[in-house]
Design a protein around this ligand. Structure first.
Ligand SMILES: [Zn+2]
Length: 169
């Protein structure tokens, strides 16, 4: 079993997370059509919900980079949508992989392997949040089941609030 440890702290230095990557081992063969469909759908970039959200952001005049790691952060932790000016790192989390409380569920077959695998994703997400916050990024996570227009409205409001300049003395 391989494991690596990374540490980080949030903006305020209050929170420290020790991240240990636990390798669940090689993927077991998909035993059901449903599982293999889920596994096939696992493309890192440009899932349908992400594309819908990107279009909604674009309609609101927001411009962004896609699938990049901000300078000075772990290059293997790529952000789905990066709004550079406002320093917002936006993720569109898939309900299955990121264990959505409404739709996430463990496949019945190879249950233990999936439990380790999916728990690892959640822990890694938390660590990514901490690392990005430490580098001055506001992390926003949207579920793939979220309405893209509502999510885009929320992001647009955050962008506006973060782009406001303090009054000059
Ligand atoms: Zn969901």
């Amino acid at each position: 079993m391989r494991s690596t440890v990374a540490t980080g702290s949030d903006n305020y230095g209050k929170l420290q997370v020790v991240y240990r990557h636990v390798d669940a081992g090689p993927a077991p063969p998909a035993t059901s059509e449903a599982t293999s469909r889920v596994m096939r759908r696992t493309r890192r970039v440009g899932t349908a919900p992400e594309l819908a959200l990107r279009r909604a952001l674009h309609r609101r005049g927001l411009r962004y980079l896609v699938d990049v790691a901000p300078p000075g952060t772990n290059r293997r932790r790529r952000v789905d949508v990066l709004l550079r000016g406002a320093r917002i790192a936006l993720f569109v989390d898939g309900c299955f992989w990121h264990s959505c409380p409404e739709h996430g569920q463990l496949p019945k077959a190879n249950r233990e392997w999936w439990r380790v695998k999916l728990h690892g994703v959640v822990v890694r997400d938390k660590d990514t949040n901490v690392q990005l916050a430490a580098a001055g990024w506001l992390v926003v996570r949207v579920w793939e089941h979220d309405d893209p227009d509502e999510a885009a409205d929320r992001v647009a409001a955050l962008v506006a609030s973060r782009l406001v300049r303090p009054p000059q003395a």
